[in-house]
Ligand binder design. Structure first.
Ligand SMILES: *Cc1c(COP(=O)(O)O)cnc(C)c1O
Length: 397
C-alpha cells in the first residue's frame, strides 16, 4: 500500500521531528505544547546569540522600522561596515554579500574559474574533498563529496578533482599531472561529513603549495566560522590566511546572510556585471551581522565557546570512559562530533523527549553546535542529559 500523503503543502524534503518550536530565550526553546528544550544545535550553527538576545532584538526592530531592503543600485553603508569588520578579524581585504552558504560557495567557485581564465587556463579545475559538503545547488552539490546529495541530479558540473582529507601526497600528485588546477576548496572542519578536522600542518602545507602553484586557497567556513571553534575562523588555529573564505550560517545570528571574504589574490577577479544577487547585502541582514559581530566581541563569546566546548567534551569523555560503542569525540570549541559504532538517528527524538536538541550527521555522528552564549552550567546540562541517553542507546535499551 502506498504511504498516505501527509496533510501538508510544504514539499517533502526533510525528515522532521514531530513537534514545532514556537519561541526561545537564550539557549532555551519551547514548542507549541509548552515543552522546554535546551538548544545544543542552534538551528545548525546559525543562532550564534541564541534566541531573543536582549541586545540583538532591539537593533533588528530598529532596522526593520527604518529600511529592510533597497537594492544594490545604491550606496550601502551597512555593507561597508560589516565588510570592514569581517576584514579586520580575518586579515582579508574585500567582501561580496549573498544570502546563504551555498551562494557563498557558488560565488567562490565562480571566482576560481574566472581567476583561471584571467591567467589563460581555458578549463580551470578545482581540487575538492571526499566527505565534503558545500551545498545543494548544481555546482555546489558537484563539489560535495557525498553521493547521496548528488544522486538523481546528474549530469554533475565538471571541473572538480577529488582527493582524500589530510593527505598532502594526494594533492601533490594532482598538482604534478594536472596543469588546469586553479584552486583548492575545503572545509576546515567538515561539518555534514561527520565533524572531521583538517590537521593544522596539512593546512599549512596546502598554503605553501597554493603559493608555489599560484592556486587560490578557498576555505569553506560556512559552519565552522564565526567564533564557534574558539577563534573567529577555524583556519586561524593553523596560523594561515586563505585567499577566499565563503561563510554564512552564524554570521547574522539567524537572519539569512552569506559572504565571500577574499584577500588580495582574489579581490579584483570580479568586476561590475560578473556577479550579483537581489537580496544580497540588504540592510536588515547587514545590521544583524554587524550587531552579531559586535556582541560576540563585547561579550567575549569566542573565549566562551572554547571554554564551554572543552567543558562539554571533557565531561562527555569522563562519562563515557570505558563505554563500548563510543568511537571518538572530535571537533573544537562548540563544534563537537561524537562518533558511535552504529547508526544513531534514533537519538534525535530520544534527546528531544529528554529536553535536548542535537543533530546526527553522517549516520553515526552525534553533532553538537550550541549557541555561543551557552553558559558552563548549560554545558554541564548537555552532558547530564546526553551521557545516559547514549549509554542506554548503546546498551540496546
Ligand atoms: C550548511 C553548509 C553549506 C550550505 O549552506 P546553506 O546556507 O544551507 O546553503 C555549505 N558549506 C558548509 C560547510 C555547510 O555547513
Amino acid at each position: 500500500m502506498p504511504a498516505p500523503t501527509p496533510a501538508t503543502h510544504v514539499m517533502n524534503t526533510y525528515g522532521r521531528l514531530p513537534f514545532a518550536l514556537s519561541h526561545g530565550r537564550g539557549c532555551r526553546v519551547w514548542d507549541t505544547e509548552g515543552r522546554e528544550y535546551l538548544d545544543a544545535l542552534a538551528g545548525i550553527a546559525v543562532s550564534t546569540l541564541g534566541h531573543g538576545h536582549p541586545k540583538l532584538v532591539p537593533a533588528l526592530q530598529d532596522q526593520v522600522s527604518k529600511l529592510i531592503h533597497c537594492s544594490n543600485y545604491y550606496q550601502m553603508p551597512l555593507q561597508e561596515q560589516l565588510a570592514a569588520a569581517l576584514c579586520e578579524v580575518s586579515g582579508l581585504s574585500s567582501v561580496f554579500f549573498c544570502n546563504s552558504g551555498l551562494e557563498a560557495n557558488e560565488g567562490a567557485i565562480k571566482i576560481a574559474r574566472k581567476y583561471g581564465h584571467d591567467r589563460g587556463i581555458e578549463r580551470p579545475e578545482i581540487i575538492v574533498y571526499e566527505a565534503a559538503f558545500h551545498g545543494r545547488s548544481i555546482a555546489t552539490l558537484s563539489a560535495t563529496g557525498n553521493p547521496k546529495v548528488q544522486q538523481g541530479f546528474e549530469p554533475l558540473v565538471e571541473g572538480f578533482v577529488r582527493v582524500p582529507l589530510n593527505d598532502i601526497g594526494a594533492v601533490r600528485e594532482v598538482a604534478h599531472r594536472n596543469p588546469n588546477v586553479v584552486a583548492v576548496f575545503l572545509e576546515v572542519i567538515q561539518g555534514e561529513g561527520g565533524i572531521n578536522p583538517t590537521r593544522a600542518e596539512y593546512l599549512r602545507e596546502l598554503r605553501r603549495l597554493c603559493d608555489e602553484k599560484h592556486w587560490l586557497l578557498m576555505l569553506d567556513e560556512v559552519q565552522c566560522g564565526m567564533g564557534r571553534t574558539g577563534k573567529w575562523f577555524a583556519h586561524q588555529w593553523a596560523g594561515i590566511v586563505p585567499d577566499v573564505m565563503p561563510m554564512a550560517k552564524g554570521l547574522a545570528s539567524g537572519v539569512p546572510v552569506g559572504a565571500i571574504v577574499v584577500g588580495p589574490k582574489a579581490r579584483d577577479v570580479f568586476g561590475p556585471g560578473n556577479h550579483g544577487t537581489t537580496f544580497g547585502g540588504n540592510p536588515l541582514a547587514m545590521r544583524a551581522g554587524i550587531e552579531t559581530m559586535r556582541i560576540v566581541a563585547e561579550d567575549r563569546l569566542i573565549d566562551n565557546a572554547a571554554a564551554v566546548g572543552e567543558r562539554i567534551r571533557s565531561g562527555l569523555q569522563r562519562e563515557w570512559s570505558g563505554v563500548k560503542g563510543v568511537v571518538e569525540i572530535r571537533g573544537q570549541g562548540l563544534m563537537l562530533g561524537i562518533e558511535l559504532d552504529r547508526p544513531c538517528g534514533d537519538l534525535l527524538l530520544r534527546a528531544a523527549k529528554a529536553g535536548l536538541l542535537i543533530s546526527v550527521t553522517a549516520e553515526r555522528v552525534i553533532r553538537l553546535l550550541p549557541p555561543l552564549i551557552m553558559t558552563p552550567a548549560e554545558g554541564d546540562e548537555v552532558v547530564r542529559i546526553l551521557a545516559p541517553l547514549v549509554r542506554d542507546f548503546l546498551a540496546g535499551r
